[in-house]
Design a protein around this ligand. Structure first.
Ligand code: CA
Length: 221
């Protein structure tokens, strides 16, 4: 999952980015409204965490511009503004949810999972396929009921593939979900994670179309 964090407070941004990377998210961070506008106009993210009080503009403007382009990327507003009016304005401008600072990381994570689940059209929180079950909330994976230990990045690859059974994901699309800007990518990293996942989940669990990408389940036409 690739996230854009829009936050001008360096301490909050640093700690959020570090914590979310540990959870296996690819996190890119911009610090003002203008940078958020240009980044969102040119790149795709699975989720945006958006502070409202920003230099060079306002978070609400960023959100309105995104929605005026009919871009449905899920947005969670993070705000120190605790007035009811600000929360209503955020939701009316197209936010999917909001959190008032200060908040606990656990609550942010839970809300992120809920928003992503609703956005993907899944009411069912567990992902299952061929005896393998992945729980995005607890980050536990089982194979035939037996827990399987995965690294954060192996989990991220598996979650991306299981979230859309049959959909082909290219190596570049998987790398996008694993790494934020400026993080060094080993050229064979995705192959290594796929290899590890096949070793742990069965050789046939993740399939590939040579030169195109990887998928779980029946390939869609
Ligand atoms: Ca701020």
């Amino acid at each position: 999952m690739r996230l854009l964090l829009v936050e001008d407070d360096r301490m909050i941004g640093d700690s959020l980015r570090a914590a979310l990377r540990l959870e296996g998210y690819a996190v890119d961070w911009v610090r003002d409204a203008a940078a958020a506008q240009s980044t969102l106009a040119s790149e795709r993210f699975d989720l945006v965490l958006l502070d409202l009080g920003l230099p060079k503009g306002d978070g609400l403007e960023v959100l309105r511009a995104l929605r005026s382009r009919h871009d449905a990327t899920p947005v969670i507003v993070l705000t120190a503004r605790d007035g009811v009016g600000d929360r209503v304005a955020g939701l009316d401008a197209g936010a999917d949810d909001y959190l008032v600072k200060p908040f606990e990381l656990d609550e942010l994570s839970a809300r992120m999972r809920a928003v992503l689940r609703r956005h993907s059209g899944r009411a069912q929180p567990l992902l299952t396929h061929a005896g393998v079950t992945l729980d995005p909330a607890t980050r536990q994976v089982t194979r035939d009921g037996v827990p399987v230990l995965l690294s954060a990045r192996e989990f991220a690859v598996l979650e991306a593939l299981m979230a859309r059974p049959g959909a082909l994901l290219s190596r570049a699309q998987l790398e996008d979900r694993l790494y934020g800007w400026g993080e060094e990518i080993e050229s064979n990293a995705v192959s290594v994670y796929i290899h590890q996942l096949r070793r742990k989940l069965g050789a046939d669990f993740i399939r590939n179309v040579r030169g195109v990408g990887y998928f779980v389940g029946e390939a869609s036409a």
